[in-house]
Design a protein around this ligand. Structure first.
Ligand SMILES: Nc1ncnc2c1ncn2[C@@H]1O[C@H](COP(=O)(O)OP(=O)(O)OP(=O)(O)O)[C@@H](O)[C@H]1O
Ligand SMILES: [Mg+2]
Length: 350
C-alpha cells in the first residue's frame, strides 16, 4: 500500500478579470478552516474575457497579493475557464487500467473539436453502473496554447501551480463540500464573474454538463459608470452596493436591470440547452455565486425573469474561520465571491 502524506494546508488562487482572490485552507481534525484570505482588484482592462492583456500588471498584482498574505507561499491550485477549455461527456463499457485509457482516448479523438495533439486532456468517472457495466466519463480538454501561457504566468509570478482546475468544477467542489446534492432537483450552479458566467448543471444527483456564457458584471459596471457619470473608483463602489446614500436606488435598479439583458438571454439559452439534453421541462433550482451574486438587485431580477427559485451560495457554510481575518468585510456577505478559490483550495487538502 502506498501511503502519501496529507497536505495540512492548500492555497486556491483565482485570477479573475475583476480581481485576484486567494484562500488558504487548513485541514484540521474537525474539518476545514480558513488560514488566510485576500482579494486584490486588477486594473480594469488587465484581463478581458480570460485573455491577459497586461501581463506585467497581472504578475505585479499576484506578487503583491502573495507578499501581503505570506511571501513563503509557493504551491497554488489555480483554474482556467472560457474558450480555452472544452468539456464533454460520454458512456463507455466498464474497463480498467490501460484498456480504459485507450477506450477514452479513442472516444476523445472522435469528439474533440481540437486535434488531440493540441490539447491536454483529463478524464473523470462520473458514475459507473454495475448492472449495465457501463460508465459515464467526463472529459476535460484544455488548448495547450492557452494552458501553457497561463502556467507561464503563474511561474513568472514566482509560484508553482500544483493543480490547474476549471472554474466551473471548482464551483462544484465548493458546493459539494458545503451542501447536500438533492437528486430530485435539477440544479444550476451559476458563477457570475466580470466577463464570464459559468453554469454547471446537476441532474439526478450527478454532474450533467457545463456551459460558459461570455457575459458578466462588466456590462453593469459600464452602465452604472455612464448613467451616474462616476469615475472608476465610485462606479466600483456603486456596483458593490456601497453608495446607498448617495445614488438614487430606483435609478440604480433600473440601470442594473437594463444592463442584464444579455446575461438573461445567455442564461435562457444555456438553460434551454440543458432542458433538451436532460429531457426535463425545467431547471428546478439555481445557486448563485461569484461577484454577480453580490451585485445589488441582480439576484432578485434573475429569479423573477427566469422564474426559477434561487439561493446564494455560502461556500464557508461548513468551514471554520476567524471573522477578524476578513477585516472590514462581512464574511457571510463576501463568501459567494470566494467560491472558486475555496473550491480550488479544497482540491489538495484532502
Ligand atoms: N467587495 C465586494 N463587495 C461586493 N461586490 C463585489 C466586491 N468585489 C467585487 N464585487 C462584485 O463582483 C463583480 C466581479 O465578480 P467576480 O469577482 O466574481 O469576477 P472575476 O472572477 O474577477 O471575473 P471572471 O470570473 O469573469 O474572470 C464586480 O463587478 C462587483 O459587482
Ligand atoms: Mg471568476
Amino acid at each position: 500500500m502506498l501511503l502519501t502524506k496529507r497536505n495540512k494546508s492548500s492555497v486556491g488562487l483565482d485570477i479573475g478579470a475583476n480581481s485576484i482572490k486567494l484562500v488558504k485552507l487548513d485541514w484540521t481534525k474537525s474539518g476545514y478552516s480558513v488560514g488566510a484570505m485576500a482579494i486584490r482588484e486588477l486594473p480594469n482592462e488587465a484581463i478581458i474575457a480570460d485573455e491577459v492583456r497586461d501581463r506585467e500588471a497581472v504578475i505585479f498584482n499576484i506578487q503583491s497579493l502573495i507578499d501581503q498574505v505570506d511571501p513563503k507561499i509557493k504551491n497554488v491550485v489555480v483554474s482556467i475557464s472560457g474558450y480555452g477549455v472544452i468539456t464533454d461527456k460520454f458512456t463507455i463499457d466498464k474497463k480498467s487500467g490501460s484498456e480504459a485509457e485507450q477506450a477514452i482516448l479513442f472516444e476523445a479523438e472522435q469528439r474533440s473539436p481540437f486535434d488531440v495533439e493540441d490539447v491536454t486532456m483529463h478524464h473523470h468517472v462520473i458514475r459507473a453502473d454495475e448492472e449495465t457495466k457501463k460508465q459515464e466519463i467526463l472529459l476535460v480538454a484544455a488548448r495547450n496554447e492557452f494552458l501553457n501561457s497561463f502556467i507561464d504566468l503563474i511561474l513568472d509570478s514566482g509560484l508553482h501551480p500544483v493543480v490547474v482546475d476549471v472554474d466551473a468544477f471548482a464551483t462544484l467542489n465548493a458546493y459539494a463540500n458545503n451542501y447536500d446534492i438533492d437528486p430530485e432537483r435539477s440544479t444550476a450552479l451559476v458563477n457570475i464573474g466580470y466577463d464570464v458566467t459559468n453554469v454547471l448543471y446537476l441532474h439526478e444527483g450527478y454532474y450533467h454538463s457545463t456551459r460558459d456564457i461570455s457575459v458578466g458584471t462588466r456590462e453593469i459596471y459600464n452602465a452604472i459608470q455612464k448613467e451616474f457619470r462616476l469615475n472608476t473608483e465610485l462606479a466600483t463602489k456603486a456596483i458593490k452596493g456601497e453608495m446607498k446614500d448617495s445614488i438614487d436606488q430606483d435609478m440604480l435598479k433600473a440601470t442594473v436591470i437594463a444592463a442584464t439583458e444579455e446575461l438573461v438571454s445567455g442564461m435562457e439559452l444555456a438553460f434551454s440547452y440543458f432542458k433538451t439534453q436532460a429531457k426535463v421541462d425545467k431547471v428546478d433550482w439555481m445557486v448563485l455565486c461569484g461577484g454577480g451574486a453580490l451585485c445589488p438587485y441582480l439576484p432578485e431580477f434573475l429569479q423573477s425573469k427566469l422564474n426559477i427559485p434561487l439561493e446564494i451560495m455560502n461556500p464557508l457554510r461548513n468551514i471554520d474561520y476567524d471573522p477578524e481575518m476578513f477585516q472590514y468585510l462581512e464574511p457571510e456577505k463576501i463568501a459567494p465571491l470566494l467560491t472558486v478559490p475555496i473550491g480550488l483550495a479544497m482540491r489538495k487538502t484532502r
